[in-house]
Ligand binder design. Structure first.
Ligand SMILES: [Zn+2]
Ligand SMILES: [Zn+2]
Length: 142
């Protein structure tokens, strides 16, 4: 019973740290945890992250020229990467320049990517199952 409780507490700590950071790498999560909870090993962190990923509480993301990162936003979305500070930001799926004319008919980044996937299927006979889109640049903080 005590062991189960300890596991639940460790898992909650790991999840809370993940959520407090912006798309952290495992090392970044580990660094924060080691400061306050040195008893939680890196392998425990890894194992818990994988479990939470399997349970779809978090997702793992891969970006070009970057280490794998964790994301607590599990709804499909794309990313912005600041090449100056390295921070990864979410692009909300409904992001689009607002059109005044027919706002209900406005394409969002999400519908645009679906249209592109359909075109790819038609032109290359390639079935897109996952769409990762990253825009690199400089963030407002830099
Ligand atoms: Zn930046
Ligand atoms: Zn994200």
């Amino acid at each position: 019973m005590i062991n189960i409780q300890r596991k639940t507490i460790q898992r909650q700590i790991i999840f809370d740290v993940l959520r407090s950071l912006e798309h952290p790498t495992v090392s970044q999560i580990n660094d924060v945890i080691q400061k306050e909870h040195p008893a939680i090993s890196k392998s425990t962190i890894y194992r818990n992250l994988r479990q939470m990923e399997d349970e779809k509480l978090v997702c793992r993301i891969w970006l070009p020229n970057d280490t794998e990162r964790y994301d607590n936003n599990t709804t499909p979305h794309y990313h912005l990467k600041c090449t100056s500070c390295g921070t990864i930001y979410d692009i909300e799926p409904d992001t689009i320049e607002q059109k005044t004319k027919n706002p209900t008919n406005t394409a969002t980044i999400s519908t645009i990517s679906t249209i592109v996937a359909k075109a790819i299927k038609k032109r290359y006979n390639f079935a897109v199952t996952k769409k990762d889109l990253v825009f690199s640049g400089t963030c407002g903080e830099c």
